[in-house]
Design a protein around this ligand. Structure first.
Ligand SMILES: Cc1cc2nc3c(=O)[nH]c(=O)nc-3n(C[C@H](O)[C@H](O)[C@H](O)COP(=O)(O)OP(=O)(O)OC[C@H]3O[C@@H](n4cnc5c(N)ncnc54)[C@H](O)[C@@H]3O)c2cc1C
Length: 280
C-alpha cells in the first residue's frame, strides 16, 4: 500500500471575524476594524500593502470582494485587530453593505491576507519613496507609509493623494498626524479635482481637470523638491487610469527594475471613464 502525500499547499479558507469598530471616514466611506482571535494571529499576519477578501450573501448572491489592509503590521499586532476601509461605489453590492449596514458584533467571513503589492524595507538606508493614490486607492498606501515610518529605514516619503475635494480624503486626520510626527520624513500633497486647493496646490489643482494625471504628478514632485532617481521606490494604487499615470511618471524618472509597485482596484470601461473622475 502506498501513502500519497500531497505537496500542494492547503487552500486558504474563510474565517469569521467579528466587527470590533466601525469608523466613519468621509460621507462616503467607512473603516471596519475586525477582531483577530489569538489562534488566528499567524493566519492573518500580513505585509504592508496586502489585502483580504470579504464575503457576504447579498440578495441571495455570494458576493466576494477584496479590501486592502489599511494599518501597519505593528498596529495589528498591538491591537489584535485588522482594519479595512470601503468607499461607496454607486450601485455597488459590497461597498454599500459595508458602509450602510455593518455594525459592531457582526461576523464577516474573511480570507487571509495576500497580494504582491509590497514594500521592501532596508534598515539603515535613506531612500526616497513616492506614493501615489486616488480615492480609496489610499488604503494600502497608508499601510505602506506607516510601515516605512515605523521601520529602521531612514525613509523619505512623498504621498500624492488625489480626491474630489477635502471632505473626500480618507484618513485625513491620520495623514496630518503622521506628517506632524515625521516632519523630516513625510510630505503629503493633496490634489483636488473639484475644488481649488489652497496654496501651494492651487496651481496643481488647475491642470488636474478631474484627474490625477502624469503631468500633475510630475508637477507635484517638481515643486516638492523630492530627488527621484533609479533607486526611488514607487507605489501607485487606485483605478487603472491613475496607476498608469503613476507608472508613466516613474518610467520617465528612470525607475529601476523592481522599484515600481502597483495595485489596480478597478479597470473602468469606456462609458465609466467618460463620466467618472478618476480621483474617486
Ligand atoms: C486588490 C484590491 C484591493 C482593493 N481594496 C479596496 C479598498 O481598500 N477599499 C475599497 O473601497 N475598494 C477596494 N477595492 C475594490 C473593491 O474590491 C470593490 O471592487 C469595490 O468595493 C466595489 O465593490 P461593490 O460590490 O460595491 O461594487 P460592484 O457591485 O462590484 O460594482 C458595481 C458597479 O461599479 C463598478 N465598480 C466596481 N468596482 C469599482 C471601483 N472600485 N470603482 C469604481 N467603480 C467600480 C462596476 O464595474 C459595476 O458597474 C480593491 C480591489 C482590489 C482588486
Amino acid at each position: 500500500m502506498s501513502l500519497l502525500v500531497s505537496s500542494r499547499p492547503a487552500r486558504p479558507s474563510f474565517h469569521r471575524l467579528s466587527v470590533a469598530r466601525v469608523e466613519r471616514l468621509t460621507p462616503d466611506s467607512v473603516a471596519v476594524w475586525l477582531e483577530v482571535p489569538a489562534d488566528l494571529s499567524d493566519t492573518f499576519a500580513f505585509k504592508p500593502g496586502q489585502y483580504v477578501t470579504l464575503r457576504h450573501l447579498i440578495d441571495e448572491v455570494d458576493v466576494r470582494r477584496d479590501y486592502s489592509l489599511c494599518l501597519s503590521p505593528g498596529q495589528a499586532k498591538s491591537s489584535g485587530q485588522i482594519r479595512i476601509a470601503a468607499s461607496r461605489v454607486s450601485g455597488g453590492a459590497m461597498s454599500n453593505w459595508l458602509i450602510d449596514d455593518v455594525a459592531v458584533g457582526d461576523q464577516i467571513p474573511v480570507l487571509p491576507p495576500r497580494g504582491e503589492f509590497d514594500c521592501a524595507i532596508e534598515p539603515g538606508q535613506a531612500r526616497q519613496h513616492v506614493a501615489i493614490a486616488a480615492g480609496s486607492g489610499v488604503t494600502p498606501i497608508i499601510s505602506i507609509v506607516r510601515s516605512l515610518l515605523e521601520s529602521p529605514e531612514d525613509a523619505r516619503v512623498i504621498a500624492v493623494l488625489g480626491n474630489r475635494s477635502a471632505e473626500h480624503v480618507m484618513f485625513a486626520d491620520e495623514w496630518d498626524e503622521l506628517e506632524r510626527a515625521h516632519p523630516d520624513q513625510l510630505s503629503v500633497v493633496h490634489v483636488f479635482s473639484r475644488q481649488v486647493a489652497s496654496e501651494p496646490n492651487a496651481e496643481i489643482a488647475k491642470p488636474a481637470s478631474g484627474r490625477l494625471s502624469a503631468a500633475v504628478i510630475e508637477q507635484v514632485l517638481k515643486s516638492s523638491g523630492a530627488e527621484v532617481g533609479p533607486a526611488t521606490q514607487w507605489y501607485v494604487s487606485g483605478p487603472s487610469a491613475v496607476v498608469e499615470a503613476g507608472i508613466e511618471v516613474a518610467g520617465r524618472a528612470d525607475a529601476g527594475p523592481g522599484c515600481v509597485h502597483q495595485e489596480i482596484f478597478h479597470v473602468a470601461d469606456a462609458s465609466e471613464a467618460a463620466q467618472e473622475p478618476a480621483n474617486g
